[in-house]
Write a protein that binds this ligand. Structure first.
Ligand SMILES: *[C@@H]1O[C@H](CO)[C@@H](O)[C@H](O)[C@H]1NC(C)=O
Ligand SMILES: *[C@@H]1O[C@H](CO)[C@@H](O)[C@H](O)[C@H]1NC(C)=O
Ligand SMILES: *[C@@H]1O[C@H](CO)[C@@H](O)[C@H](O)[C@H]1NC(C)=O
Ligand SMILES: *[C@@H]1O[C@H](CO)[C@@H](O)[C@H](O)[C@H]1NC(C)=O
Ligand SMILES: *[C@@H]1O[C@H](CO)[C@@H](O)[C@H](O)[C@H]1NC(C)=O
Length: 363
């Protein structure tokens, strides 16, 4: 609308009103055009810049011109996560697909540099079977969001009695982890779940109960058996029982259309760039990122704003303090795990300091 008015105010050629018109109109047409050519070109250039900018921002003219009235900076800091992530994550790029796609294992076998959990080398055949029954698309409901405000909800005890439920549910995208329940904890953790990241040992035996019908169930593959477990369940084949550190569910009633397989790229970025772990570790010291830190990495590649709640563990000295909001286990149970929680805490602190994340509960 603004550009139209700019043009009409500069349309002197058709002017017949010699008494009230500006001096411009009294000039002979050719000379007048010469004189105003610069102006017209200037306005044209301005117009093109405005159009380009509006298209570039991909949200049309309205957002651009109505911006001061309806939107404010706190509602959507577009592009800020990317700008800050580049400082921390070398070669940061949003080009990578979130989920593994059948076409990469079917038409062309895309070679992967690493084996699981950092790549898919050696798992191509089982992936071909698995990806032919699951999906890889990012749902329309996420794609059409103008602003992706995300909450990553950790399972930490700090959520207990936090009354954060309503705050969490107000985010556009809520990412939850593993078998964390929402039933009976709505007041503190909310009930909306856009995506849930899990692996077989951490899968809730009843995925329908603790998720919404449209929740994406995102498998985080750590080892080839994880693909085999999911494929056996969805195709109702003989269950795989070997190769797990804890018995995963034998019955898991999920809609294959809502199941996704996370691109191991995000595990690689988390390990190599956020934790500075070597990609090739000696057999004895296997250190891996937790699903929680992985979820933060994923959010940094997907969202315009990333807030975290329920992250953090009690002090190492506090041996009695439970670590989760929903079950009575203590830090002792983490001792044998392949995670280094103090190392991860340092990485999260750095991201908070950079302003890449904001904490909704004490961290
Ligand atoms: C910006 O938007 C938020 C959320 O809608 C609102 O709480 C806040 O008051 C707004 N700030 C200004 C300066 O309008
Ligand atoms: C970034 O990408 C370039 C080109 O792909 C590569 O040579 C370089 O090693 C990468 N840097 C890091 C830190 O991964
Ligand atoms: C949470 O609140 C309940 C009831 O007010 C109380 O009994 C319980 O001790 C509180 N739990 C924690 C961890 O603060
Ligand atoms: C865990 O991380 C901390 C901090 O980076 C480090 O000092 C410690 O050696 C690590 N522990 C193990 C078992 O690698
Ligand atoms: C975030 O964590 C810091 C400690 O690192 C704490 O001081 C602050 O209160 C926390 N913010 C919220 C909203 O709880």
């Amino acid at each position: 609308m603004i550009h139209f008015s700019l043009f009409s105010s500069l349309q002197p050629t058709g002017g017949h009103n010699e008494t009230s018109g500006p001096r411009l109109i009294l000039l002979p047409p050719r000379k007048m055009i010469n004189k105003s050519r610069g102006k017209i070109l200037g306005v044209l250039a301005l117009f093109l810049v405005v159009v380009w900018y509006a298209i570039y921002r991909e949200d049309g003219y309205t957002q651009l011109f109505y911006f001061p009235a309806q939107e404010n900076k706190t509602t959507c800091p577009l592009g800020e996560v990317e700008k800050k992530a580049v400082q921390l994550i070398a070669n940061y790029s949003r080009e990578q697909p979130l989920f593994l796609q059948l076409k990469d294992y079917f038409w062309v076998k895309t070679p992967s540099l690493y084996e699981l959990p950092y790549g898919t080398k050696g798992s191509e055949d089982v992936l071909l079977r698995l990806l032919s029954i699951t999906h890889y698309s990012v749902p329309e409901s996420i794609q059409r969001l103008k602003c992706r405000r995300c909450a990553v909800v950790g399972n930490g005890h700090r959520l207990r009695n936090s009354s954060m439920g309503e705050t969490i549910d107000a985010y556009d995208i809520v990412i939850r982890l593993n078998n964390a329940p929402v039933h009976g904890y709505e007041q503190d953790v909310g009930s909306k779940t856009t995506m849930r990241l899990f692996y077989p040992e951490s899968a809730h035996f009843n995925p329908r109960r603790e998720n919404n019908p449209e929740t994406l169930l995102v498998l985080v593959p750590f080892k080839p058996a994880d693909f085999q477990w999911l494929e056996a369940i969805l195709n109702d084949k003989k269950r795989v029982r070997k190769g797990f550190w804890k018995q995963p569910p034998l019955i898991w009633d999920a809609d294959p259309q809502r199941v996704r397989v996370l691109n191991p790229y995000f595990m690689e970025v988390t390990a190599a760039k956020l934790l500075n772990l070597p990609m090739k570790q000696p057999r004895k010291v296997k250190q891996k990122p937790t699903t929680g830190l992985l979820a933060i990495t994923l959010a940094l590649h997907l969202c315009d704003l990333v807030h975290i709640a329920g992250f953090g563990y009690p002090d190492l000295a506090n041996k009695k303090q439970t670590i989760h909001y929903y079950e009575q286990i203590t830090l002792k149970s983490m001792a044998a795990s392949e995670h280094n929680v103090s190392h991860e805490a340092m990485a999260i602190k750095r991201m908070l300091e950079l302003g890449l994340l904001k904490n909704l509960t004490y961290f």
